[in-house]
Design a protein around this ligand. Structure first.
Ligand code: HEC
Ligand code: HEC
Length: 349
């Protein structure tokens, strides 16, 4: 009985060992056929266009408006209108191109305005990858369709491009937007962005803020104060030697009170009537006419001295008060004029 049992157990053990060997052998033969040089179990090697599958774990909030620098001045436009205007205008990197925005405003933009359509994630639909997550500079391996949408050069060079080569298959239709591959995959067959859920992207692509209204672009800048004509006396004559002297503003204050205040007001604040003139008042000296002001002291003194040396008759039919010629008629010495100039410049600081 015990002997029979031993034989039985031994037989069972041998049968099991045989089964295991047969199973392992059949695995090898099934994978590698009857040769001994097979790698990786001879599993079929798949060749496929790589697709990035790393979806960001946390999706940022939906990305309108963009770029972050955009402002309320920007035009509102769909990706389709922006891209077609750019391609149709000859797809320049630097030249501006025109388009009409959703509010019917005539606008202009340049390449930099549309690059974010390729490189910004979460733009074409909520949670979308950026085109550049798949189409990037890694042409030798990871870049889908061997297309690099990261730069102007890459976009223009096209798809199915060997690394290092600057020419691939044109995706811009040579400037014919309707015929272009870009238009086809985005707006005709709706293949891109690859993996888009059904009905996730509006027909014209996302609406973005880009470019500027032509009215803003062409607005003439405000005339600068430096462009204004500098006020000059209507009496001819040059400056005196006062402009070469150093004035003392403390001394100048008393000279001002004694000789100038009756017409130009306390501390130069004006408000003195001058009937018979176009202005109606004597000009104030504090603040002084901005065209006379200069950051360069000698220019500032020069502008004032022309009036003080030679005097000036204000415009008008019959001026009651006329600026006297202090220098040319020796009403004041050149040093006194230098002092009063220093005082007025001090008042205007
Ligand atoms: C998830 C990866 C992925 C994303 C994101 C993606 N693509 Fe693609 N794209 C592909 C793949 C893969 C192909 C090749 C498809 C094929 O051959 O059938 C392709 C093909 C293309 C082609 C055709 C190239 C050619 O000449 O055959 C264009 C153009 C294109 N994509 C543009 C874009 C644009 C523009 C975006 C963004 C709006 C985008 N793709 C987003 C993976 C992606
Ligand atoms: C009798 C009145 C009178 C007195 C006194 C007088 N001014 Fe004048 N001043 C005028 C009038 C009027 C003008 C405007 C001249 C013009 O517009 O052509 C003027 C113009 C000026 C200007 C040019 C200002 C501008 O904005 O165009 C300066 C500078 C000036 N005066 C300085 C002085 C100084 C300094 C004194 C004293 C030493 C003085 N004035 C005394 C009447 C006077």
């Amino acid at each position: 009985m015990i002997r029979h049992f031993k034989i039985w157990v031994t037989t069972l053990g041998l049968v099991l060992a045989g089964l295991i060997l047969f199973f392992a052998g059949s695995l090898y033969v099934g994978g590698c056929s009857y040769h001994n040089n097979c790698v990786d179990g001879g599993r079929a090697q798949f060749t496929h266009t790589p697709i990035a599958t790393l979806i960001p774990a946390t999706l940022p909030a939906n990305a309108l408006p963009f770029p972050s620098s955009s402002s309320s001045d920007n035009c509102t436009v769909t990706a389709q209108v922006l891209l077609s205007a750019w391609v149709s205008a000859g797809f320049s990197e630097t030249q501006a191109f025109n388009f009409t925005d959703l509010n019917n405003v005539a606008c202009e933009a340049s390449y930099t305005d549309l690059q974010p359509l390729f490189s910004q994630s979460n733009l074409w639909y909520s949670g979308s990858l950026a085109c550049t997550d798949c189409h990037n500079a890694a042409l030798s391996k990871a870049a889908s369709a061997q297309l690099d949408l990261n730069s102007y050069a890459g976009v223009v060079a096209g798809s199915h491009r060997s690394p290092g080569s600057t020419t691939g298959v044109d995706i811009l239709g040579g400037g014919d937007w309707q015929a272009s591959t870009l238009n086809q995959v985005l707006f005709v067959t709706h293949q891109m962005p690859y993996g888009l859920p059904a009905n996730s992207v509006p027909a014209g692509g996302p609406t973005i803020l880009a470019g500027l209204p032509l009215a803003v672009v062409n607005a003439t800048p405000e005339p600068t104060p430096s462009g204004e004509e500098i006020a000059r006396p209507n009496t001819p004559g040059g400056t005196g030697s006062a402009v070469d002297l150093t004035g003392d503003p403390v001394v100048g204050k008393q000279i001002y009170i004694d000789n100038c205040q009756m017409c130009h007001g306390t501390e130069g604040k004006g408000d003195v009537l001058n009937p018979g003139t176009d202005d109606g008042t004597v000009p104030e000296l504090n603040p002084i006419d901005s065209t006379l002001v200069s950051s360069d002291y000698s220019t500032y003194a020069y502008n004032m001295d022309l009036f003080i040396q030679n005097g000036s008759r204000p415009a008008g039919v019959n001026p009651s008060r006329v600026m006297p010629p202090w220098g040319s008629q020796n009403g004041l010495t050149q040093q006194q004029i230098a002092d009063v100039i220093a005082y007025i410049i001090n008042l205007n600081k």
